[in-house]
Design a protein around this ligand. Structure first.
Ligand SMILES: [Cu+2]
Length: 371
């Protein structure tokens, strides 16, 4: 318990350090409308230019989870025992260009790995905690029927391993997260991911699947501030993050990790919200979700523009990209997208379809290399 008390003490101490927050708050309040005015010549000008992640700048690692890094659809028609291994690792990671942050992770990425099992499977989950960790960690999977979603069985000290078994009774898409005290701090440091429990009949075939999770980062500095930014407990208690991100970092999925597709393809997005606090108004600029499994429900609704994803919730959406161009995933609580990093690119190539979309000025489309 001494480690837990020490951590809670650290958070309490952070709450007393108000000078940094006062400075940040003052800066925000003094921002005039003139300061916010910009010039827009293309859709991309509506967001801050993408960051670059130069590994040579710092020893901090790239913690961004690739949206392509997810298990393939399950082909099995019978349940089986599935063994899953996760490791909690605390790392210094790149939060933005020239900015680093101390993340706590599952398997060194944010979010952690997407897990994928079939309804009826028996899952044996092993959770290791890196010997170099300073904190105890654990896992609560929302797909579990049982105490703490597994957290009751997996409080694991540095250098140790815990295991528990559960049967995946309910199909759907579920968040998992660390549930060790102080829980909001562990989640805010990046300790969340998704587990998909496919229904017995499987999911409808699509051309491409992507894995995206939103989360807040309560770093002391604003996105323009460089250097290593410490966690700020005041910002978290007030639910006022300086960063809101997809897949771990500021505009993480706009450069080398942007998603790509071809016009005419059917897309499935698995989208979760680690929180720890904010509700996402998830939207794709330039698209309409043909199907949304709202809050991860088995039943789908049709023709949705923006769907709410609660903190600790997930959904999956499906749509066909009809024409080439750049489509932007955003939290449509739009300051989070424009200023705090919650934007991702889906670049679609292919032949234009003038019947569906026609631009008489012939504006270049960044997803097609200029046409
Ligand atoms: Cu933890």
């Amino acid at each position: 318990m001494s480690k837990l008390n020490a951590l809670i003490g650290t958070v309490a101490a952070a709450a007393l350090v108000i000078s940094g927050w006062s400075f940040v708050s003052g800066g925000k309040l003094n921002t005039s409308l003139a300061d916010l005015k910009g010039t827009v010549t293309s859709l991309e000008d509506t967001v801050t230019p993408p960051t670059t992640f130069d590994a040579a700048k710092t020893a901090a690692i790239d913690i961004r989870k690739s949206p392509l890094d997810l298990p393939a659809a399950i082909k099995r028609t019978e349940p089986q025992k599935v063994v899953l291994n996760l490791e909690t690792v605390e790392v210094d990671g790149k939060l933005a260009d020239g900015t680093t942050y101390t993340y706590w992770t599952f398997n060194k990425t944010v979010p952690g790995p997407m897990l994928r099992v079939r309804e009826g499977d028996t899952v044996e989950l092993h959770l290791k905690n890196d010997p170099k960790s300073v904190s105890i960690h654990s896992i609560d999977l929302h797909a579990v029927n049982g105490p703490g979603g597994g957290a009751a069985s997996t409080q694991v000290n540095p250098g140790q391993e815990k295991v528990f078994t559960f049967k995946a009774l309910n199909p759907g898409v579920y968040v998992y997260h660390c549930a060790s005290p102080h829980i909001p701090t562990h989640i805010a440091q990046g300790m969340y991911g998704m587990i998909v429990v496919e229904p017995k009949e499987g999911l409808a075939p699509v051309d491409r699947e992507f894995y995206v999770m939103q989360g807040e980062i309560y770093a002391a500095g604003l996105p323009a501030d460089k250097g290593h930014q410490p966690f700020n407990g005041d910002l978290m208690f007030d639910e006022q993050p300086n960063y809101v991100v997809f897949n771990g970092a500021f505009q993480a999925l706009t450069g080398d990790k942007a998603m790509t597709a071809k016009a005419g393809e059917r897309i499935r997005l698995f989208v979760g919200n680690g929180g720890p606090n904010l509700i996402s108004s998830f939207h794709v600029i330039g698209e309409i979700f043909d199907k949304v499994h709202e809050e991860g429900a088995t039943e789908a609704t049709s023709n949705i523009q923006t769907t709410l994803i609660p903190a600790g919730g997930a959904t999956w959406v499906e749509f066909t990209v009809d024409v080439p161009g750049r489509y932007m995933l955003v939290d449509h609580s739009i300051s989070r997208a424009i200023n705090k990093g919650a934007v991702a690119y889906l670049d679609v190539t292919g032949n234009p379809n003038e019947e569906i979309y026609h631009d008489p000025m012939g504006h270049p489309s960044p997803g097609t290399g200029g046409h």
